[in-house]
Write a protein that binds this ligand. Structure first.
Ligand SMILES: [Zn+2]
Length: 126
């Protein structure tokens, strides 16, 4: 993030639910290390894959946090929300569903090291 001619990393990142117009929504949160201004960087891409980002400061930053907090799926600081989505380092897990010794479906999950799991894809055989 950028302010006062310096570049610094976010103190926290909120990962947000996709909405109809916006995917991969993230909110980067920081206080400028030089002037201590409260600031957020809201980034998202639209369905065409175009990427947007916008800074908000002070009151504007607090307002957008208030508006977006209901959409938080997980945060960099690792606090878990009601959605129990995997966060941080996510790895894939395949699970075979068998019936009478025959594989009838493959379930692909995304997992994290806190035990959160979400079904990504289900492949049915036959
Ligand atoms: Zn500053």
């Amino acid at each position: 993030m950028r302010h006062c001619n310096s570049v610094f990393s976010a103190q926290d990142i909120w990962y947000l639910l996709d909405s109809e117009e916006c995917n991969k929504r993230k909110l980067f949160i920081a206080n400028c290390p030089i002037c201590n201004k409260e600031m957020v960087l809201y980034s998202y891409s639209n369905p065409k894959g175009e990427f947007f980002e916008k800074y908000y400061y002070s009151n504007g930053a607090r307002k957008i946090k208030e508006r977006l907090k209901k959409d938080v799926v997980s945060t960099m600081l690792g606090f878990k929300t009601k959605y129990k989505m995997p966060s941080g380092f996510v790895y894939g897990l395949n699970k075979e569903i068998k019936r009478n010794g025959k594989i009838i479906a493959q379930m692909q999950y995304a997992c994290d090291f806190w035990g959160n799991k979400i079904l990504v894809k289900k492949i049915e055989n036959g």
